[in-house]
Design a protein around this ligand. Sequence first.
Ligand code: PRP
Ligand code: URA
Length: 212
Amino acid sequence: MKQYKNVTVIDHPLVQHKLTILRDKSTGVKEFRELVEELSLLIGYEVTRNLTMEETEIETPICKTKSKVIAGKKLGFIPILRAGLGMVDGMLSLVPAAKVGHIGLYRDPETLKPVEYYCKLPSDVAERDLIVLDPMLATGGSAAAAISFLKDKGAKSIKLVNLIAAPEGIQTVIEAHPDVEIYVGAVDEKLNDHGYIVPGLGDAGDRLFGTK
Ligand code: PRP
Ligand code: URA
């Protein structure tokens, strides 16, 4: 597989095992939702690996001691609606105090270009480490637009998390936003003529919410 600068593929066996079940077309809505949440937690564990730490003094039942806690800037999770919503609870189970901002984008089926329809962000996005969440990185149009939007609002620290990415989408985001680190569960083969990831998992939003 091609190596990309700024892209980390989480090839942990649990992630790969759960992705296989997620991709399977016989996996139903309930299990699909559970898997998206579990995968987000597992990938989120790696995404948060380099959070800044500081020492604090505590007292155990035995003695006083210094011990580490997370320091530095606060986190913000930014799901891209709709499918990104499925990733929020998994991430929040790791960092329950994080704020959550929503960006509503859908991909026009004809042009494959992202169309924005909603945005509500924490007022202090400029001061937060932001993690953009979307299960699928296909052409990369939606993710690149969401990141541009956050930068327009003053955001300086942004990471992107996807469960499955296409090489085309990675390239788009790397070119538009070389400062953004991308974390993915898998990099698939290609896009088909309709802009779907091959082999992928189909339409993430529809499988997550049982629509179509
Ligand atoms: C899907 C997916 C991404 C986007 C990826 O959303 O969740 O947001 O497509 O495609 P891109 O990389 O080519 O932009 P969709 O537009 O289907 O909306 P939905 O989540 O509301 O179903
Ligand atoms: N959006 C999806 O949900 N799936 C794809 O394969 C591409 C875009």
